[in-house]
Design a protein around this ligand. Structure first.
Ligand SMILES: [Mn+2]
Length: 264
């Protein structure tokens, strides 16, 4: 499963950096096929395997980041998403989450897993891979991001493209949560984004809704804030929680977004 992983991660880095539809931190992807959006996977290969078994045929895949940490199979998840990208280079977008960060890996399990499984030589290439991941994906009417809109807010797409991961704006993109009834302050660069900030971000991107991950929702497996801001979470922390992903068979979206969420 992880044979030749260093070489495969390097090929993924090259695909990430050289994507012709990429401008800085933002990548555009077509909407002509079905679209699958996958939330946080957090080192749970069984979650990705189960999810994949539910999808047949050609699709565009957008992953919202947080591949590693928490679960015990982060290397395997990394290997699986990289393989999907190498197999379908124009159809798989891998975004960066707040766990694609070595300081997080030292605290939340991936660094230990790397040592325990004998992959210490891989650390530099994994860190390069993190750096190669975009922060935003736009597909027709949909914008995808790990956490939320940048703060302070931006007024143009060019400003979005120029956002770097470690900047204040970049950290808010991977850490922020919607200001809804579930909101609780947590660490890192986390802050609440309001309905107004959400709508302003949509206007800048030219999109009509946003899909994000970053928050688990053990009751329903997903949530909808501000009418159509969808939060997905595709891992279950090893418990019996519901997991979710989004599957859009047709574009643009004309139905209620909640009707397109699949839980498993
Ligand atoms: Mn996260």
């Amino acid at each position: 499963m992880t044979d030749g992983i260093e070489e495969r991660i390097k090929r993924s880095i090259s695909l990430n950096i050289n994507d012709p539809e990429r401008r800085g931190s933002l990548v555009r992807v077509g909407g002509e096929h079905g679209l699958v959006v996958v939330g946080d996977l957090h080192g749970e290969p069984d979650s990705l395997r189960t999810l994949r078994s539910k999808i047949t045929g050609n699709c565009i895949w957008i992953f919202l980041g947080d591949y590693v940490d928490r679960g015990s199979g982060s290397i395997e998840i990394l290997s699986m998403v990289v393989d999907m990208q190498l197999y379908m280079p124009e159809s798989v977008i891998l975004l960066r989450g707040n766990h694609e960060d070595w300081n997080m890996n030292l605290r939340y399990g991936f660094a230990d897993e790397i040592s325990r499984k004998g992959y210490k030589d891989l650390i530099p290439v994994i860190l390069d891979w993190y750096e190669s991941l975009p922060l935003f994906a736009v597909s027709e009417d949909l914008v995808a991001v790990h956490g939320g809109p940048p703060f302070p807010p931006v007024g143009t797409v060019k400003e979005l493209e120029d956002i770097t991961y470690l900047s204040k704006k970049g950290q808010s993109v991977v850490w922020s949560d919607p200001l809804d009834r579930f909101y609780q302050p947590r660490g890192g660069g986390t802050r609440a984004f309001s309905r107004e900030e959400y709508q302003r971000f949509l206007e800048v991107t030219g999109c009509s809704y946003m899909v994000r991950g970053h928050q688990y929702n053990p009751e329903a497996g997903y949530k909808v804030s501000f009418d159509n801001c969808l939060t997905l979470f595709s891992a279950r922390y090893g418990r019996e929680w519901k997991r979710s992903f989004l599957y859009l068979d047709r574009r643009p979206l004309t139905e209620n977004i909640e009707d397109k969420v699949i839980t498993f």
